[in-house]
Design a protein around this ligand. Structure first.
Ligand code: ADP
Length: 267
């Protein structure tokens, strides 16, 4: 594969839930991720910030196997996701292996992407029944619990078009959780919302961070959102992490000149 020898499985006292090990991605001449190293601990909430085009969304898309790596290996819970072991080394993952690994991961998008012809409850039952093969009554009970958790117990029979943006986004979060992921990805989940409903979505995500056994990775342009809910903020620049740290450190006392320039432009 490459010069570096990648481990078949990660070992050690603390196995990260996600590891990008020298991951590169190119589109033609454009290098979008440049030998990226990124570890996310189990139950950690990491925010990714940075200028447009710095590769933030590509990180999430790779974890969802929507993009393939050119170089490097991504590990999920210690197991390579992008590659599978063969003859003592690693070879590229097959489509079915990728699909299986992707079951560990849930994603919530900027534009909700709910099924418009299904009610709120049906939206949350479809995946568990069709993809995971869960019994319908079991899937329904779990969906009801999750919809209650996101504060939408009274909306289960509504169609998405009848809900506000904040409500739709909370359904999207419940729907992703219904698949029992180990990792949740949030891509600009508050960007399409009116300012007055951002709080209700932030509150739900904070609740997940407190109560659930979940590792979370979010891309956001909203620094207030990142500051409020992330354990760690990574500032991306040209496909690499230029600086990272706890929110108070990165926002109040940035060290890298590119972080300083970016924050002074957006804050
Ligand atoms: P960010 O989320 O930081 O704005 P992205 O990860 O979305 O950045 O994209 C990084 C760069 O890769 C951008 O310049 C974008 O235009 C380019 N890019 C993303 N997807 C494709 C694609 N499928 N084909 C060509 N270029 C792409």
């Amino acid at each position: 594969m490459e010069n570096k020898k990648f481990p078949l499985e990660l070992t050690g006292p603390e196995i990260p839930m996600v590891r990008f090990d020298r991951v590169s991605k190119r589109y033609g001449d454009l290098t979008v991720l440049d030998a990226l190293d990124l570890d996310v601990r189990a139950n950690e909430m990491v925010a990714i910030i940075g200028p447009s085009g710095s590769g933030k969304t590509t990180v999430l898309r790779m974890l969802m196997a929507l993009e393939l790596v050119d170089e490097g290996v991504i590990y999920v819970d210690g197991t390579p996701m992008t590659h599978m072991p063969k003859n003592g080394g690693l070879v590229r993952a097959s489509k079915s292996y990728l699909r299986k690994m992707r079951e560990n991961i849930g994603m919530v998008f900027q534009h909700f992407n709910l099924f418009p012809h299904m009610t709120v409850l049906e939206n949350c039952i479809e995946g568990p029944v069709q993809v995971l093969g869960m019994r319908k009554d079991e899937a329904e009970q779990r969906a009801l619990d999750l919809l209650d958790m996101v504060g939408l117990a009274d909306k289960i029979d509504q169609y998405p078009a009848r809900l506000s943006g904040g409500q739709q986004q909370r359904v999207a979060i419940a729907r992703a959780l219904a698949m029992r992921p180990k990792i949740m990805l949030f891509d600009e989940v508050t960007s399409a919302l009116d300012p007055e409903v951002i709080g209700e979505v932030t509150q739900v995500i904070r609740k997940l961070n407190d109560k659930h056994d979940l590792t979370m990775l979010m891309v956001t342009h909203q620094m207030g959102f990142a500051r409020e809910i992330a354990d760690r903020v990574c500032f991306f620049c040209e496909g690499k992490i230029a600086e990272q740290g706890p929110p108070e450190q990165l926002f109040d006392n940035p060290q890298n000149e590119r972080t300083i320039a970016f924050l002074s432009a957006v804050l």
